[in-house]
Ligand binder design. Structure first.
Ligand code: ADP
Ligand code: MG
Length: 240
C-alpha cells in the first residue's frame, strides 16, 4: 500500500531522514519508535506530503506522491492523520467536526454525513457527546473524536503521531483501545508511539529510527526481546 524508497529529508543542511526504504502492506499495523528528534514525525509527514521529501520516492497505492503530476489532495483524502494535540475545530461541536470534511470534500449530504458520523461516534463510545464542543471534553474524549473525524473520510490508511503522549495517564487506555479495535478491523496503520505495550501487542512490525536512519525493523516480539543492533538495545534499555 505504501512504498518508501530512498527517502531523504533535509531542513537546510540538517539531514533528518537518511535514505529510508520500507513498505507498509495493506492491513498492516506498523509502529515507529525511536528517540526524540530521530525523525519519526517527519517520516509520517512525508507520507502524506505535509513535508516534501528532498530525495526519494513515496508510492501510495501505486501513485507516486513525489511526481509533480500527482493530485496530492486526492491522495491525501485516502490518508487520515491523528496528532498528539488533537487539532479539532474548536468552533464546531463534535458532530460537526465529523461531518465537515465529508460534506465539503466528498459532497455527502448533511443527512448522509450525520448518519455516518453517528455510527463512528458510537464506535468510539461518544454517542452522548454529539452536541458538545471540544473545549468541554477530556483529552481522551478529544482524541477519540479526532480518530472518528479522520475515519469519517473513509481513509485507506491512518497515520498516528504520538496520539496518547498529551493525555493524562488514565486516559491513555481508552484511546489505545479504540486504536486496537481499528487495527483488528483491518485498517492499515502507521503509529508513532512511546507505548511499547501497544507496539508489542498490536503492531505487526516495528520500525526503529535513530538520527534519521532506519536502524532496524522487524517483528515486535523479536525486536523487543532480542534487538539486532546496539542502538536499538540501548534505546530499549532506557525506556523499558
Ligand atoms: P521526532 O518526531 O522523532 O521527535 P522530528 O521528525 O520532529 O523528530 O524531528 C527530526 C529533526 O528534524 C529534529 O532535529 C527537528 O528539529 C527537525 N525538524 C523537524 N521539523 C522541522 C522543520 N519544519 N524545520 C526545521 N527542522 C525541523
Ligand atoms: Mg515527533
Amino acid at each position: 500500500m505504501i512504498k518508501v524508497e530512498n527517502l531523504t529529508k533535509k531542513f537546510g543542511e540538517n539531514e533528518v531522514l537518511s535514505n529510508i526504504s520500507t513498505e507498509i502492506k495493506k492491513g498492516e499495523v506498523v509502529s515507529i519508535i525511536g528517540p526524540s528528534g530521530s525523525g519519526k514525525s517527519t517520516f509520517l509527514r512525508c507520507i502524506n506530503l505535509l513535508e516534501k521529501p528532498t530525495e526519494g520516492t513515496i508510492l501510495v497505492d501505486e501513485e507516486n506522491l513525489t511526481d509533480p503530476k500527482t493530485n496530492i489532495l486526492k491522495v491525501r483524502e485516502k490518508i487520515g492523520m491523528v496528532f498528539q494535540h488533537f487539532h479539532l475545530f474548536p468552533h464546531l461541536n463534535v458532530l460537526d467536526n465529523l461531518t465537515y470534511a465529508p460534506m465539503k470534500v466528498k459532497h455527502l449530504s448533511k443527512d448522509q454525513a450525520e448518519e455516518k458520523a453517528r455510527g463512528l461516534l458510537a464506535k468510539v463510545g461518544l454517542t452522548e457527546k454529539e452536541t458538545a464542543y471540544p473545549s468541554s471534553l477530556s483529552g481522551g474524549q478529544k482524541q477519540r473524536v479526532a480518530i472518528a473525524r479522520a475515519l469519517a473520510m473513509e481513509p485507506d490508511l491512518m497515520l498516528f503521531d504520538e496520539p496518547t503522549s498529551a493525555l493524562d495517564p488514565e486516559m491513555v487506555k481508552e484511546v489505545l483501545d479504540v486504536m486496537k479495535d481499528l487495527a483488528h478491523s483491518g485498517m492499515t496503520m502507521a503509529v508513532v508511539t512511546h507505548e511499547m505495550g501497544f507496539a508489542r501487542e498490536v503492531a505487526d512490525r516495528v520500525l526503529f529510527l535513530d538520527h534519521g536512519v532506519l536502524v532496524e525493523e522487524g517483528e515486535p516480539n523479536s525486536f523487543f526481546t532480542a534487538p539486532k543492533t546496539n542502538r536499538a538495545a540501548d534505546f530499549l534499555e532506557k525506556i523499558l
